[in-house]
Write a protein that binds this ligand. Sequence first.
Ligand code: KIV
Length: 276
Amino acid sequence: MRITVGQIRDMKQKGQKITMLTAYDYSTAKLVDEAGVPLILVGDSLGMVMLGYESTIPVTMDEMVHHIKAVVRGARNALIVGDLPFMTYTVSVEDALRNAARFIQEGGCQAVKLEGGVNVADTVRRVVECGIPVMGHIGLTPQSINVLSGYKVQGRSPEAAARLLKDAKALEEAGAFSVVLESVPIPLSKLITEKLTIPTIGIGAGMHCDGQVQVVHDMLGLFADFIPRHAKQYARLGDTIKQAVATYVAEVRDGTFPAEKNGYAIDESVLRELAR
Ligand code: KIV
């Protein structure tokens, strides 16, 4: 049975920590799901770790839908959240509704995520009213990287901290079922978590959030271009892959691979027939 937004909300009430991980393809989604992760985010971070863009800004609706479909095919139990890309929910509420509906109807995911607080609250309210669960995302919002002037910790000044709290409250009041806090100082994310009834999911926001989200490539050591301070590498699959590929190259060159057992037999009589 697939996890519901109600169950995610209940986890906060029961004091159970929530785990969210990104996935962008069928095989990874299957592994993450089978490992027991209740929330999978098809993040627009796929633009950087899967497609090689410099930021998340170039990511399109078509690219997101393509990856969401693959993740939905791989994960049977987790609640799957699709990340609405840059400018697909801010031009008009109608745009937001159409694009959120496309994720759910065509992509097959169960919820959408969008960046912003007070400025997107009316949009969140309408999307939820139309039957689509919404996860908010405040703090460091990568789609606004050009306004924020870089990937920096947010909410450090009294005014900025007050703004973030207001944003979080606005999302809760608009009906969001949870909110991602990205790159927010630990005491501030603690305060926001205490003030909200919906779960906070932190990334670079410390241990007091109700849950944690990581980019799967960061935690598995698959993406070496940039390793954020808040990421913990639980494996070094990049090194493992390079080592395996180098061994394959060496074995093909020296004739060790393929071995007899990797090939297929044919009846001797067929060969005798051919030789006549
Ligand atoms: O796109 C993404 O992966 C995200 C997470 C970092 C929260 O938004």
